[in-house]
Design a binder for this molecule. Structure first.
Ligand code: 5GP
Ligand code: ZN
Length: 114
């Protein structure tokens, strides 16, 4: 069994609130939301961080952003604005080493982040 929590969620071993699933891309509600809207878009392929993205993964990255856009529209924050965050490595606070896009919105957000 995989030790990666997102691989376990994608395989269905661990329950989650699924927003989207296709051959390449998975999306779930974040279990600890930092904004009124906070979901995660996750490539099904186990890519640990952005540094590990290969040329063969370029299409998947675009597909992830398309899924993010669709869910953002469904949740009605497409016009108010939203933030997409991809934490990579320890200084950025990445806690799960399976690449994922945070998509957050529903309130004004400060810039720069801490
Ligand atoms: P990171 O810190 O790696 O950028 O983000 C990991 C995110 O995954 C966090 O926002 C955290 O709340 C979320 N998370 C951690 N474990 C689970 C889980 O079991 N289910 C869901 N839905 N989200 C999780
Ligand atoms: Zn994984």
């Amino acid at each position: 069994m995989s030790e990666c929590i997102f691989c376990r969620i994608i395989s269905g071993d661990v329950k989650s609130n699924v927003l989207h699933s296709d051959d390449d891309v998975f999306a779930i509600e974040d279990i600890n939301p930092q904004a009124p809207v906070h979901f995660l878009v996750i490539p099904k392929k186990h890519i640990p961080t952005t540094i590990d993205i290969g040329e063969e993964d370029h299409n998947i990255m675009g597909l992830c952003l398309s899924v993010a856009n669709r869910i953002v529209s469904e949740k009605g924050i497409d016009t108010s604005g939203f933030r997409i965050v991809l934490n990579s490595g320890s200084d950025a606070g990445q806690s799960i080493h399976h690449l994922h896009f945070h998509v957050m919105g529903g309130r004004p957000m400060k810039w720069p982040p801490g």
